[in-house]
Design a protein around this ligand. Structure first.
Ligand code: VGL
Ligand code: ZN
Length: 198
């Protein structure tokens, strides 16, 4: 069984959103078109409580983009984004949500971030993604969504590490590029890990 993973295709990551990814809206029609080609479509949703520790607003002496230590881990600080129940956390309006079989929410613990759709950033807690995919007999995953250099990358790296045959579909991803070259480096890292870049 082959699954399409839609990573964080949410309003806050689209142009005009709180953590806008340049041209992030362009992945929406691509995701919609791809859905029909898969046995299963699973979407992740960045789903933070108010006051999440990854928000710069919680660290008065720091700005967005700075790195702090959160729970012993390096944490990049972001604007408040994808707060549970807000419109920014909803899936993109034009995303065909009727085509999604299952949603995995992540980043729900205020003390630790979760870029990967499989585990928190310390790999301590699973989100339920792996269990769900194995229950559904999935052995291959193709990844699209936002953002190439964060949640797409870490989800794909975990997928291949867990033994799923893994591809990222370049047409269907867009990145943050906080530092110039981050997206390219993310792609190189994924290739080196055995992920197919299609
Ligand atoms: C993401 C930064 C913070 C992502 C989520 O979806 O790539 N990036 N939260
Ligand atoms: Zn987040």
């Amino acid at each position: 069984m082959k699954a399409l993973l839609l990573i964080d295709i949410q309003n806050d990551f689209l142009p005009g959103g709180a953590l806008a990814v340049a041209n992030g809206n362009e992945v929406v029609p691509i995701a919609n078109r791809l859905m029909a080609d898969y046995d299963l479509v699973v979407a992740t949703q960045d789903w933070h409580p108010e006051g999440h520790g990854s928000f710069a607003s919680q660290h008065p002496d720091h700005d967005v983009g700075e790195i702090v230590t959160l729970n012993g881990l390096d944490q990049i600080l972001w604007p408040d984004h994808c707060v549970q129940g807000t419109s920014g956390a909803e899936f993109a309006r034009e995303l065909n949500t009727a085509g999604i079989d299952h949603v995995i929410q992540k980043g729900t613990d205020r003390n630790i971030d979760s870029y990967s759709g499989f585990f928190d950033n310390a790999r301590r807690k699973a989100t339920g993604m792996e269990t769900y995919l194995r229950e559904q007999q999935v052995d291959e995953v193709h990844v699209v969504g936002l953002a190439t250099d964060y949640c797409v990358k870490f989800t794909a790296l975990d997928a291949v590490d867990l033994g799923f045959k893994t591809s990222i579909l370049m047409d269907g991803v867009r990145g943050v590029d906080l530092n110039e070259g981050d997206c390219q480096r993310a792609i190189d890292e994924m290739k080196a890990a055995g992920i197919a870049v299609a």
